[in-house]
Design a protein around this ligand. Structure first.
Ligand SMILES: [Ca+2]
Length: 356
C-alpha cells in the first residue's frame, strides 16, 4: 500500500475497498443478480455533479443504464450533449446510446448555472472531443421507444430540468402507465438555490416539472433538503487522488474546480446533488422517504418552480388540493437515515473499484 493509500484508509476508517484500489490491487466487484438490476434512463444536464452521477450509475452493478438523454440546464445543450458522450468514452461505456434532448425549456428562456459548473459544464476541465455520436432519435423519442419496449421495467432518473421527460409524457399519453418510476433530483420543501423559493432544475422549467409531477407515475423527489447534506470534502479528494485512475483523476479535478469556484465554506466542500439521487437507487437504505402531495408552482412572479409539499393534516385547503391531484403522491426525501459517511463511502468506492 502506498503512503497515500494508508493515509486515506486511516482517515476514512471503513474504506477498505478504496484502500485496496488505491494500492493498485483488485477490489472484489459488487455483483447483482440479473433479476435485481434496476434498469434506468438517465436524463441529465452535465454538469459537474451530473458527471459524477453518470460515472456512478455506469459503475454500479445494481443499475443498468439504458440511455443518457442530455438536456439544456447547467449549460446549453451544445455542451451537455458532447459532455455526455465524452463521459461515456472516459468510462469505456460507448455502448450506451445518447439522444439529444431539448435545447430550451418548454415555454421559457433558458437559464444556466455557468457560475457553478464553468462555461463547459465540467468545471473548465477538458476531456478529448468525443468520437462517438448521438443516435438519430430525439431524447423524447428514445425515452418513449425504450419504455414502450419494456413496459413496467424502466425507471427514469432525471437530474436536470425535466423538459425531456415532460416532452415524452406529453407526446405519448399512454407512456406514464408504462414507466416503473421517476426519480428526480430537484425541488425543495424548505428553500431554493436558484431563487429563495425554487431549486434550480425546477426553476429552469417549472412547466415541465408540473407535467412530470402530475403524470401519476410513482415519483421520488430527492430535493435540496437532503442533497445539501451530501457533501464531498477535501478528504474525499485525497481518496480519489490515491486511486490514480483516469476516472478518479477527472472526478477529483472537477470537484476541486467547483470547490474553488462555488463553495460556501472557503473551498472545503461541495454538495453532490445528482450522485446522491443515483446512489439512492444503488442503496435504497441511504434515504428515508416520506409521502407528500407536491404541487409545482408555475405562475408566481417570485415563486415559479417552487415545490410545495403537503403531508397530511386536517384543513380545507390541502383536502381540496388532494382531490385536485389524486394521483400525485410523490415521495420527497426527508432526511438521510444513515450517516453521510455511509453515503460517501458508497459513492467513492463506486468510482474507485476495479481499476477505474
Ligand atoms: Ca444536473
Amino acid at each position: 500500500m502506498n503512503s497515500a493509500g494508508i493515509l486515506a484508509a486511516s482517515a476514512m476508517g471503513g474504506f477498505p475497498l478504496v484502500a485496496r484500489a488505491a494500492a493498485g490491487e483488485s477490489a472484489p466487484a459488487r455483483t447483482a443478480s440479473a433479476s435485481s438490476v434496476h434498469r434506468i434512463i438517465l436524463d441529465t444536464d452535465p454538469g459537474v455533479d451530473d458527471a459524477l452521477a453518470i460515472l456512478l450509475a455506469l459503475r454500479s452493478p445494481e443499475l443498468k443504464v439504458e440511455a443518457l438523454t442530455p438536456v439544456a440546464g447547467n449549460v446549453p445543450l451544445d455542451f451537455t450533449l458532447p459532455n455526455a458522450l465524452k463521459l461515456l468514452e472516459l468510462a469505456g461505456r460507448t455502448d450506451v446510446p445518447v439522444a439529444a434532448g431539448a435545447s430550451t425549456p418548454l415555454v421559457r428562456r433558458l437559464v444556466t448555472a455557468k457560475a457553478v459548473h464553468g462555461n463547459n459544464g465540467l468545471g473548465g476541465v477538458e476531456l478529448p472531443a468525443p468520437k462517438i455520436r448521438p443516435v438519430s432519435e430525439t431524447a423524447s423519442e428514445l425515452i418513449r421507444r425504450i419504455v414502450r419496449a419494456n413496459p413496467g421495467e424502466i425507471s427514469i432518473v432525471a437530474v436536470g430540468p425535466l423538459t425531456n421527460v415532460a416532452t415524452a409524457l406529453r407526446a405519448d399519453p399512454g407512456l406514464a402507465q408504462m414507466i416503473r418510476s421517476i426519480v428526480v433530483m430537484g425541488g425543495s420543501l424548505s428553500h431554493g438555490n436558484a431563487t429563495p423559493a425554487a431549486e434550480f432544475n425546477f426553476y429552469v422549467d417549472p412547466e415541465a416539472a408540473r407535467i412530470v409531477f402530475d403524470a401519476g407515475v410513482p415519483l421520488t423527489m430527492v430535493g435540496l433538503d437532503v442533497t445539501r447534506k451530501a457533501l464531498a470534502r477535501q478528504e474525499h479528494l485525497k481518496v480519489l487522488d490515491a486511486a490514480k485512475t483516469p476516472v478518479c483523476d477527472f472526478t477529483a479535478k472537477i470537484l476541486r474546480a467547483t470547490m474553488a469556484r462555488w463553495s460556501k465554506d472557503g473551498g472545503q466542500s461541495v454538495a453532490l446533488h445528482d450522485p446522491l439521487t443515483v446512489a439512492s437507487l444503488v442503496d435504497p437504505e441511504i434515504l428515508k422517504l416520506r409521502d407528500f402531495y407536491v404541487l409545482i408552482e408555475t405562475s408566481g412572479e417570485a415563486s415559479a418552480g417552487q415545490s410545495l409539499g403537503y403531508s397530511g393534516g386536517r384543513c380545507a385547503g390541502p383536502l381540496r388540493w388532494k382531490r385536485r391531484h389524486p394521483r400525485n403522491p410523490p415521495k420527497p426525501s426527508g432526511q438521510m437515515r444513515k450517516s453521510q459517511w455511509k453515503w460517501t463511502q458508497s459513492v467513492s468506492s463506486g468510482f474507485c473499484w476495479g481499476g477505474w
